[in-house]
Ligand binder design. Structure first.
Ligand code: SF4
Length: 490
């Protein structure tokens, strides 16, 4: 039967979703570039460029294969689908399950039929079954189950290398002088240029917008970075913006790469003996563990989860998040500048700088979540909601994880080269040169001490408050810091 196959901009893979059994002689392919998607929010232009250009390249590749492809611009996705259906005798429209609650509802209300979303390694139903059987949703438990179920890095029933996790080896600070291999640059073509012009944006050469480019990024990671990925995965340095991170999340999240392809390439390299276990395990955990867990939790926790604000945090988004000139904190200035430049920083600045600052300043979780959604190249709804609400700012009161990622300047100083040239001193918690992270960390613990005392993973840190002889002075400084940050002066 003839049908319209709707391809959302994050299902761009020929062999998955409805396309895997599509018929180029019968099926009509529909892609919609909605005005709401482009102008609805203050999206980073590099992100829009990447998503739109990738979709247009993908549409082009399907046309070259012989498909009838309708790529339309419309006010909304539904408007676009109506235009396409009208042109094609109101054929039924089908799609792989979309990746957010909002889109799912809108498409369902419009009468689309869905097939299972297979852009992940774990079917949604299987994850929900796992989660329903848990008392706490420990990622580590899910990850071990994934290793066994998928038979990855296993020797019979035991983990390869005798341990499930090699994080102890993977916490090195950045080396003093570190250039590392060159970054892979992606050439721009006529489609890229047209998109860039429409967006009035000069794109970087950092992100590929084609399947071939995404595959060359995967090859580049495996050959030049994978072996060193683990030990430096938490390090931050101004000398090298990517270190040995794979830079594959944008392609995994828009469909240009499937996780099974990435795992296949990683395991092939590991089995050849070229990759130390700490790098192999650390990377594979991100793909088969963390990424799958976060997507599963998004669907398990439900559409209202994003509105949580258990710590009653109401500070408006600080001006430094949108303008690096509004802070003197070197770590934040550098990180926001990096984001402005290429819509990406790795997981530690996201967690231990951006989210940590939002957490300890009591920033509104929803304002912070919206900002994170807008600025990162790989920020899909399913990624950001659990990562920010559950992990980053603990707005769910520990429903997803009990651990809090709050830290003072000592951690940042140990894991980066940001602090030496900074006007603030990570060791000080009071006085004008005190590091805002250090001051606010203790102030945050004190503000929530009753709540955190009941949390076994926080009780030791809360106990540390008792050792502070200068707590009242610190709390005065914390007020000055919060005001200074709100005014863009600190
Ligand atoms: Fe950031 Fe504090 Fe270090 Fe300055 S001293 S770079 S504010 S952690």
């Amino acid at each position: 039967m003839k049908r319209i196959i709707y391809i959302p901009f994050d299902h761009l893979h020929r062999n998955y979703g409805v396309l895997k059994d599509a018929d180029s002689t019968q099926d009509v392919i529909a892609l919609v570039e909605s005005a709401r998607m482009i102008t609805g929010r203050d999206w980073h232009k590099e992100r829009l460029f990447f998503l739109i250009s990738s979709a247009r390249h993908f549409a082009q590749s399907l046309k070259e294969e012989g498909f009838t492809v309708e790529y339309v611009k419309a006010p909304t996705t539904i408007d676009g689908l109506e235009i396409i259906a009208k042109k094609h005798q109101q054929l039924p429209i089908t799609c792989a399950e979309p990746s957010s609650f909002t889109q799912y509802q809108a498409l369902q209300d419009h009468g689309l039929s869905f097939i299972d979303n297979d852009f992940f390694l774990t079917p949604r139903k299987l994850f929900i079954q796992w989660a329903s059987e848990q008392k706490t949703y420990l990622m580590e438990n899910f990850y071990r189950k994934q290793r066994t179920r998928l038979n990855i890095l296993m020797q019979g029933k035991d983990p390869v290398g005798g341990s499930w996790n090699f994080d102890k080896e993977n916490r090195l600070p950045p080396p003093k002088e570190y250039e590392g291999p060159k970054y892979l640059e992606h050439k721009r073509d006529a489609i890229d240029e047209a998109v860039a012009q429409e967006l009035d944006h000069t794109p970087t050469t950092t992100w590929a917008t084609t399947r071939e480019g995404a595959l060359s990024q995967l090859k580049n990671f495996i050959e030049n970075h994978f072996a060193n990925f683990g030990p430096l995965e938490d390090a931050m340095t101004t000398q090298n913006w990517a270190l040995h991170h794979s830079l594959l999340s944008p392609y995994l999240n828009n469909g240009l790469l499937h996780p099974s392809e990435v795992i296949h390439a990683a395991m092939k390299a590991f089995n050849s003996g070229a990759i130390p276990i700490e790098s192999a395990e650390g990377f594979i955990r991100q793909i088969i563990g963390w990424r799958e867990y976060v997507n599963g939790m998004y669907w398990f926790l439900g559409p209202d989860y994003r509105n949580n604000n258990q710590l009653k945090a109401t500070t408006p988004l600080l001006p430094l998040f949108t303008n690096p000139e509004k802070t003197q904190m070197n770590c934040m200035k550098q990180t926001i500048t990096d984001i402005n430049n290429r819509a990406w920083v790795h997981h530690i600045p996201r967690l231990m700088l951006l989210s940590n600052l939002a957490l300890i300043t009591g920033t509104s979780p929803q304002e912070f979540l919206d900002w994170m959604r807008e600025v990162f190249i790989d920020a899909t709804e399913w990624v950001m909601v659990p990562n920010v609400i559950g992990m980053g700012v603990h707005a769910d009161g520990g429903a997803m994880m009990t651990k809090l990622y709050a830290a003072g300047g000592a951690y940042i100083s140990r894991m980066s080269n940001y602090c030496k040239p900074c006007v603030y001193n990570p060791k000080l918690r009071t006085g004008e040169s005190a590091c805002p992270f250090t001051t606010l960390y203790w102030d945050f613990l004190d503000r929530h001490k009753e709540t955190f005392a009941k949390n076994h993973r926080m009780s030791q840190q809360v106990f540390g408050l008792k050792r502070l002889s200068d707590l009242s002075e610190l709390k005065e400084r914390a007020q000055e810091v919060l005001e200074g940050l709100s005014e863009g002066l600190i």
